[in-house]
Design a protein around this ligand. Structure first.
Ligand code: NAP
Ligand code: G4F
Length: 338
């Protein structure tokens, strides 16, 4: 009889952690999830939404706790999703971002190595399109791919670049199976309210229901390659089933401005002109901005057979519908939304 596959997820309380937990459980995995803090406010919600998850207390900044997590879970697959992931926050907390988002990855890789599990545990590292920086220096007009140059524009992007290279270094130095997914923005019902898409869909729902009269944002001209998180966690899993560790871009190959997102989101509730409902405040602008992100996922499509299923209008619609249901009391918030 085949042994049950075991997966350890850091960042299980986040957006991608929720989607991935669901996917791995459906596939029959025993799922272990890392929770940090002495009284994590999301723990109860995690236990309620995913009662089958084995919770392990650990922190990416605490090497001993990571070693213990490896010994407890004996994983076949480790998904490192834990990070300070908000770009604006990283400007205000650069050291913390370096400790968690950069050095935390080294701590985790070392935990895999020193416990002697490098031969059996495959590792996924959550890399990001923020490493490119959006200036499109070397592939004008085309999407960024796995060979494009990096030019991060935030403490978050810089920390993720260290994480990306230390992951590749452990692959090359120790022969470890460490795959990196260079993922472009992915959103959905589980997206945190601090990110622009969810902030907008939540406000659209509140305005539609008469609970709010406007939303305050930062710059509206930046463009992003926005996909659906449920599609992207499938790609993470596919990367760890591949016969060798590699780097893969996941993206939609389309880019849209925040203004376009606003038009579609307000359009869902019959509002054609969003301008009277949107204010701007420098508080939500960044010292350096990533102007445009556009990804080229052709390698993942060719090698892994990965395909995204949700398109841009479909993404906006499902987020607005979910927020209307949530604010009308017809749905419960998931762990990552808390
Ligand atoms: P998210 O919703 O912000 O979740 C981040 C997770 O990291 C949370 O579970 C958080 O736990 C955990 N975490 C923070 N500090 C930690 C620490 N010191 N030790 C252990 N865990 C810690 O992020 P996401 O959108 O799901 O993204 C998942 C990963 O993909 C992140 O690494 C992100 O940088 C990367 N990424 C995301 C996107 C995207 O568009 N979503 C694109 C490219 C790459 P708490 O609940 O305790 O705070
Ligand atoms: O939603 P955002 O905060 O996402 P951002 O900065 O693109 O980062 C996300 O995607 C990355 C992948 O490329 C991930 F690695 C990262 O972890 C995260 O998930 O901002 C998107 C755009 C930016 O240009 C920002 O300046 O929206 C602009 N924006 C305008 N007003 C705002 C706001 N962003 C936020 N969060 N809040 C605003 O009020």
């Amino acid at each position: 009889m085949n042994e049950t596959r075991r997966a350890l997820i850091t960042g299980i309380t986040g957006q991608d952690g929720g989607h991935l937990t669901e996917l791995l459980h459906e596939k029959g995995y025993e799922v272990f999830g890392l929770i940090r803090g002495q009284r994590n406010a999301r723990k109860e919600a995690l236990e309620a939404e995913f009662p089958y998850v084995n919770i392990i207390e650990a922190d990416l900044t605490d090497q001993t706790s990571l070693i213990q997590a490896m010994l407890t879970s004996q994983p076949h697959e480790v998904y490192n999703l834990g990070a300070i992931s908000h770009v604006g926050y990283s400007f205000r907390n650069p050291q913390l971002t370096a400790d968690i988002t950069a050095k935390g990855v080294l701590n985790l890789l070392e935990a895999v190595r020193v416990t002697g599990m490098a031969d059996t545990a495959r590792v996924y590292q959550a890399s990001t399109s923020e490493m490119f920086g959006g200036l499109d220096y070397n592939r004008p007009g085309a999407g960024y791919n796995e060979e494009s140059l990096f030019h991060p524009r935030s403490p978050y992007g810089v920390a993720k670049l260290y994480a990306h290279w230390i992951a590749r270094n452990y692959r090359e130095s120790y022969g470890m199976f460490v795959a990196t997914g260079i993922l472009f923005n992915h959103e959905g019902e589980r997206r945190g309210l601090e990110f622009v898409t969810r902030k907008i869909t939540n406000a659209v729902a509140a305005i539609h229901l008469g609970q709010q009269d406007h939303v305050t944002l930062g710059d509206l001209w930046p463009k992003r390659d926005w996909g659906y998180a449920g599609d992207y966690v499938r790609g993470m899993w596919q990367m760890l089933q591949h016969d060798q560790p590699d780097d893969f871009v996941l993206a939609t190959g389309e880019t849209h401005s925040i203004e376009e997102f606003l038009t579609l989101a307000f359009g869902q509730v019959g509002i054609d002109d969003w301008r009277p409902y949107v204010k701007q405040d420098p508080e939500f602008m960044r010292p350096a901005e990533v102007d445009i992100l556009l990804g080229d996922p052709s390698k993942a499509e060719r090698v892994l057979g990965w395909r995204r299923e949700v398109d841009f209008p479909g993404l906006v619609k499902r987020m607005v519908d979910h927020d209307i249901a949530l604010l009308s009391g017809r749905a419960q918030p998931r762990v990552a939304e808390r």
